[in-house]
Design a protein around this ligand. Structure first.
Ligand code: DC
Length: 226
């Protein structure tokens, strides 16, 4: 089997990873893999059962009853399937964002999802976004980019995105949520959010989507030339 190309994009919540990764995947004809959606699906499943995301015993006891699958529709959009049910839209709330951050700290959860993420990258050329793609999931990724922005800019973007979807959110609450998630994601013992040594850092605070895309294409182009 020919070797596949993988682009790992890591960074904190709201840095623009998914918008950029989706656009790049479309342009390059790669599979876009949103790994945060997988953790959100686990959080949603446990939430439906009434299990607290901090309850180690509860998470360990019920995780085996969950089957998570990723499917793509004709337009290439990623769908999350939880025990046969499409939960793609249900997992996009502030509440589930917080719970996903807590649930993702459990070893049993990360272990369960590791092979699934690696096997997609083995089969397809991928642009994969998350927190630990360049450090843990695909340490040999062809290209690694760490995308970040100030917490204020990220909160502003996230607020606009959720308001556009019709959810009732305030900037202040979104900023608090983002700061809390940053703390949790960066300080957990297993696979914390951090820049891989060989990742290129891109701060998008003062850049629009077009400018970020141009820079990303340059970074990827240079790596692929080698
Ligand atoms: O990217 P996102 O906001 O949808 O991710 C939701 C949470 O999932 C995030 O706060 C931390 C966790 N996550 C993770 O631990 N590792 C990843 N590769 C992706 C997400």
């Amino acid at each position: 089997m020919a070797k596949t190309v993988s682009v790992a994009i890591d960074g904190p919540a709201g840095a623009g990873k998914s918008t950029i990764a989706k656009a790049l995947a479309k342009e390059l004809g790669y599979h876009y893999v949103d790994t945060g959606a997988i953790y959100r699906t686990v959080a949603y499943f446990l939430d439906l059962l009434g299990i607290s995301p901090k309850d180690v015993d509860g998470v360990e006891r019920y995780i085996d009853e969950l089957t998570v699958a990723i499917e793509y529709d004709e337009e290439g959009k990623q769908h999350m399937i939880m025990n046969g049910m499409d939960v793609t839209d249900e997992i996009r709330t502030q509440d589930i964002s917080q719970k996903a951050s807590l649930v993702s700290a459990h070893k049993v959860v990360r272990d369960m999802l590791l092979d699934m993420q690696r096997s997609v990258a083995k089969k397809h050329n991928v642009i994969m976004d998350g927190r630990d793609i360049g450090t843990v999931v695909l340490p040999k990724a062809t290209v690694k980019i760490f995308l970040t922005a100030s917490a204020e800019v990220r909160a502003k973007r996230r607020t606009e995105e959720l308001l556009a979807k019709g959810q009732k959110v305030s900037y202040e609450q979104t900023l608090k949520d983002i700061q809390q998630r940053d703390y949790q994601d960066m300080n957990r013992p297993i696979a914390p959010l951090k820049q891989a040594k060989d990742a290129v850092l891109l701060d998008t605070s003062d850049l629009n989507v077009e400018q970020v895309l141009t820079q990303m294409k340059q970074i990827i182009g240079k790596k692929l030339e080698k």
